[in-house]
Design a protein around this ligand. Structure first.
Ligand code: AQP
Length: 320
């Protein structure tokens, strides 16, 4: 079984990326043939500063490796190092109804956030379909925000196969309900472009400040606190033992503990959880050239895997 997933270097990686995709994707290393990529072509739709993009790419690669991606088991590469993906995007575009792209929530959300309505942003799901179909992936671990894009990928694979013959594996999504949407400090989906993230490897003081500014209601210290819909509980659940979670929830229900104390308790569990990853991150960061070497080697393997698919697709449409 081949498992593939990607991450955009559109900013620093955060807890939502970790629990929504990275952690689950990395677990597949033990069981299948895994491909992970840094989606730098995709990031061009939102990052306009070349230096920022270069920095983000390196940071995303470091973060993924620090979180446990093992380049000996997984193929790890930059999307743009396999330019075949762009040719496949074009071939898939020929079977992509405009209406299908017009219905994509992510496009509408990004416009609402003030991102310019470029063709690249509009065509993003076609490139994403090419990312997946090029490697004949069976399974794609993602957060729920990518569900619709996965449906587009499946639609395009089926339509292409029906029109030109069986070229593509039709992939399945791998979404885990308990981590489908990790909330950010304001309660919305944690997202690089919402400015509401808890970064995995960012400045520690800023991390503390952000945890302490997580949105809560104004229940007084002595009163019981609502548990349903609480961002504190949603995040605490991810990084604590069941017994600790029970005690945290019991303290909220009892009252007598203020939000500041609850946030400090959450902070300590987050720090505990992230400590080994942060240590590994610092080690990797200190090794010049290592990340670049890993990505280059991954790109060679990825290109070799991509070539036969592209050839089949070219042949199917009549280009060979
Ligand atoms: N809050 C989240 N909860 C669960 N999963 C999430 N993912 C992202 N945020 C959450 C999952 O992480 C993977 C990589 O995401 P991405 O960086 O490629 O793009 P994204 O989903 O658009 O992430 P952001 O942070 O929201 O980026 P921007 O702001 O640039 O759009 C995906 O599998 C995603 O589901």
């Amino acid at each position: 079984m081949r498992i593939l997933s990607g991450i955009q270097p559109s900013g620093f990686l955060h807890l939502g990326n970790f629990f929504g995709m990275m952690q689950r994707g990395i677990r597949w290393q033990e069981k299948g043939e895994t491909f992970f990529f840094i989606a730098d072509f995709h990031a061009l739709t939102s990052v306009g500063d070349p230096d920022a993009l270069r920095r983000n790419i390196r940071e995303a690669a470091l973060a993924f490796l620090a979180c446990g991606l093992d380049p000996k088991r997984a193929v790890f590469f930059r999307q743009s190092a396999v330019p075949e993906v762009l040719e496949l995007t074009w071939l898939l575009s020929t079977v992509t109804p405009v209406g299908l792209l017009e219905r994509c929530h992510s496009y509408k959300d990004k416009l609402a956030k003030g991102i310019a309505p470029t063709h690249a942003l509009f065509a993003y799901p076609v490139l994403m379909a090419a990312d997946i179909l090029l490697y004949q992936a069976d399974l794609v671990p993602v957060g729920v925000d990518q569900k619709q894009h996965l449906e587009v990928t499946r639609d395009l694979a089926v339509k292409f196969n029906q029109t030109f013959g069986p070229v593509f594996v039709v992939p399945k999504e791998d979404i885990a309900e308990n981590v489908a949407i990790i909330p950010g400090i304001d309660g919305q989906k944690m997202s690089k472009s919402y400015g509401n993230t808890l970064e995995l490897f960012g400045d520690r003081e800023e991390f503390r400040r952000r945890v302490m500014s997580i949105r809560t209601d104004s229940t007084p210290v002595d009163q019981p606190k609502p548990v349903a819909g609480s961002v504190l509980v949603s995040l605490y659940r991810l990084v604590s033992e069941p017994q600790e979670l029970e005690e945290f929830i019991a303290a909220m229900r009892r009252g007598g503990v203020g939000y500041a104390a609850l946030k400090k308790e959450l902070l300590s569990k987050l720090e505990r959880f992230l400590a080994p990853f942060r240590e590994r991150y610092e080690e990797l960061k200190a090794k010049p050239g290592l990340v670049e070497e890993i990505l280059e080697e991954g790109a060679c393997t990825a290109r070799a895997a991509a070539a036969p698919t592209l050839e089949s697709a070219r042949r199917a449409v009549g280009l060979l």
